[in-house]
Design a protein around this ligand. Sequence first.
Ligand SMILES: *Cc1c(COP(=O)(O)O)cnc(C)c1O
Length: 387
Amino acid sequence: MSQAFLPLCRPAIDDNDIQAVTDVLRSGWITTGPKSAELENQVQQYTQTSHVVSLSSASAGMHLVLLALGVGPGDEVITPSLTWVSTVNLITLLGAKPVFVDVDQDTLMTTAELIEPLITDKTKAIVPVHYSGASLDLDALYALGDKHGIAIVEDAAHALGTEYQGRPIGKTGTCLFSLHAIKNVTTAEGGILTTHDAKLAERVRRLKFHGLGVDAFDRETQGRAPQAEVIEPGFKYNMPDICAVLALGQLERIEQITAKRTELVTYYRQQLAQLDGFTPLAIPEYDHKHCWHLMIVRVDPSQTGINRDDLIAALKVRGIGAGIHFKAIHTQKYYRENYASLFGEINPNLSNTERNSQQICSLPLFPSMELTDIDRVIAAIKDIVGQ
Ligand SMILES: *Cc1c(COP(=O)(O)O)cnc(C)c1O
């Protein structure tokens, strides 16, 4: 008998979360309202930041933050190529130039040393990525930003629950968290901005709802003030309450969620250590708490006899889901074909990005997994490569 498919990811939603969504559906107020406000308060306390804005996605939030920073034609924004495509697409759509920075070969995170040589008088912002649940080396990055007077926007899509030197990610500066279905805390689709910059928060709050002078929900009137008017043209990037409510319970359980992920990853890493040519990411040495968003292993074909793409296909045949986080953006069709004509020469020093882009494979990791599921993944890998 074949076993049930083991997916790459399953959200950590329990019966109380489902009940909470049902309650919102019955309440008569399903879009942005009291529950998204409650989520903002909860995230504010958890991350110890000053201002929190709930959004329809982290990508939407990145769009508004880049806009608010004035990113436009003639500007450059430095960000890794080894990340999700959203930030680079947004920089491009805003008419600015994405400048790709390489990453550390084993943590897949960029560093102040790699970024500094790429800074020019056109650099408007730096968007580094907390990778797979580990923390960036924030002190070095913010020191660099301060030295050159350039804004840092942390892509914290993987890092709700991560800490750096005892501080939750979100406490230090401006961050965008994703609550997409695969992320450690999810609203199905959703994003959160955290910042100490009151003006930025106010602008994003306005731009996320058509540029109106007030947010969608007014506590006194249980609705939007009918006389609200457009202060500037804006977008439609608000988070509905039926989504927001889903995250409230997960955020209360976040320590348990992280603990379970840590237990699973510890076991994975022990098991993978017995195999040749399957190397997990390195854990940064500076003081941080990892939230283990992804279980990434590098598949070195010279040792395993199989390349990453064939491994993923072979795992699928055996009922196991795997993924790629991420395919280097500069190697994808649009950027491969258009970067040079749009922006000029691409940074030639992206070798760590390119090698890892070929080799990284994300294995199933989610809190309702059991250690026996990991045994199954390891047995499948051994079977595939004949080790
Ligand atoms: C998921 C993700 C995003 C985008 O988040 P959305 O909420 O889906 O817009 C951005 N950056 C990284 C690194 C991600 O993994």
